[in-house]
Design a protein around this ligand. Structure first.
Ligand code: EPZ
Length: 419
């Protein structure tokens, strides 16, 4: 397993360019299954989870190819509407093919995702929403088997709790359901809006994507389209926090500043200088030691749970004590123990982490446990005195495109050690 070796202490400077959003590319690729015409997607990041989704599409019989930075999917020859355990166990977002497969072919057999490091992560809300649309669903032998031989029927759906991929899954099914579907308590994440933009280009009729009530007028069929995926807001936020924690002067380009407004607000409260320059650039400059500033993760437009670990790293060096509260996942503090090994002062009490800033962190050998936790450890290592090694960086490779090269180009002393 590859490791990162980092020697901390260099303030980052220069320009970090943000890749396309992994969490937008995944549903967009799944949406290609809804039509028998070719779909072209631009700005798809080259990360492990995307590779897994491409393999999954190929498994169903769709043809997937990359050409000059674009991904072309042709699902004309879709003949195996299933997502096998071997694939789903490596990426739970595979459940995103459930809605498209049952809408396009009338049946789907998708392995139930196991839990993952950050929580149980069931898909009961996906299943019940699809049943509302008329699918009959059995859950046996670890698989969800969905059938709708007569097609899907519009319904009024209300999610008990907000679910991002649950909203995306049922949106992709509703676009081919007969009649008008309402999805209430829908997720408002930018990735949901981006998916709706793609579906609309494919001929779907959708109103309200990006708000908590989405209306879908079902159509007979969808056609091919071309679409550019939005930039990755979590990568953008990770770079902003890298600029802060390394006491640097960093521009983040090719991003949508508005998508991380909650982070910007918090960092300004903490005393960082974060400026939005034009439509797609942010500049972060270190002025003085941050003030400890608490945060609670919430669904969008609240503070993103996917930035919680990275933000916590910054708070380990802030002046004072703050509370980081995680409301979305039940076990998303595994990075805290590893940060403690670097000298951080963090006490976990259920869903809350009480973080008391120290004057410095020291480099150490640490182990990544999940995608965003690995980013947190990298940020801490960039600020720590001395050398750190971060093991199991395959977690990082799932969602960040060539992160070590991007950080090295900003002046970081980081190298990948292949083992
Ligand atoms: C998406 O996961 C993202 N992944 C996650 O990013 C992100 O952390 C999460 O949304 C929250 O913003 C993708 O978009 C591929 P949820 P998702 O359904 O859709 C519970 C990353 O680091 N729930 O919004 O799986 C669930 O357990 C990843 O890039 C049910 O109980 O998250 C969680 O507690 C990590 N039943 C809460 O809802 C369900 O059927 C929110 O989960 C579905 C979800």
């Amino acid at each position: 397993m590859d490791k990162f070796k980092i020697v901390g202490g260099t303030p980052l400077s220069g320009e970090a360019h943000v890749s396309g959003s992994k969490n937008s590319a995944l549903p967009a690729l799944a949406a290609c299954l809804l039509t028998d015409e070719p779909v072209t997607l631009r700005r798809i990041p080259e990360v492990k989870d995307i590779l897994t989704m491409k393999k999954l599409l190929s498994h169903t019989g769709a043809r997937v190819c990359n050409k000059d930075g674009r991904v072309h999917v042709d699902a004309r020859s879709l003949d195996r509407p299933e997502a096998p355990y071997e694939v789903v166990k490596t990426m739970r977002a595979s459940s995103l093919v459930l809605g498209p497969l049952v809408a396009r072919t009338g049946c789907a057999r998708v392995s139930m995702p196991g839990g993952c490091a950050i929580g149980a992560r069931p898909i009961n809300l996906h299943v019940s929403a699809l049943e509302e649309l008329g699918a009959t669903i059995e859950q046996t032998h670890g698989y969800v088997e969905a059938r709708a031989p007569e097609g899907l029927l519009a319904a009024n759906i209300h999610f008990d709790r907000i679910t991002v991929t649950g909203t995306e899954d049922v949106l992709m099914a509703a676009v081919l359901a007969r009649g008008e579907t309402q999805i209430r308590n829908a997720a408002r994440e930018p990735e949901v809006k981006d998916l709706a933009d793609l579906l609309t280009k494919m001929g779907a009729r959708i109103e309200g994507a990006g708000t908590s009530i989405i209306k879908v007028q079902g159509v007979e069929r969808l056609h091919g389209a071309e679409h550019t995926i939005i930039p990755d807001r979590i990568e953008a936020g990770t770079f902003v926090l890298a600029g802060v924690i390394s006491k640097g002067d960093l521009s983040v380009t090719g991003c949508v500043p508005d998508h991380i407004a909650a982070l910007t607000f918090k960092l300004r409260q903490a005393g960082a200088e974060v400026d939005e320059i034009g439509a797609d650039t942010m500049r972060v400059r270190f002025r003085k030691r941050l003030k400890a500033t608490g945060v609670t993760t919430e669904e969008y437009p609240g503070f993103a749970t996917d930035l919680q670990a990275q933000y916590m790293a910054a708070m380990t060096l802030a002046e004072g004590t703050c509370v980081v509260t995680e409301t979305i996942f039940e076990n998303r503090f595994m990075h805290a123990q590893e940060l403690t090994r670097m000298g951080a002062n963090i006490r976990i009490e259920g869903r809350q982490a009480i973080v008391t800033g120290e004057n410095e962190l020291t480099g150490a050998q640490v182990i990544a446990s999940d995608l965003r936790g690995s980013a947190s450890l990298i940020l801490a290592a960039l600020a720590a005195r001395g050398e750190s090694t971060i093991d199991r960086v395959y977690h990082m490779d799932r969602g960040y495109e060539r992160m070590e090269r991007k950080l090295a180009a900003l002046g970081a002393n980081i190298q990948r050690v292949r083992s």
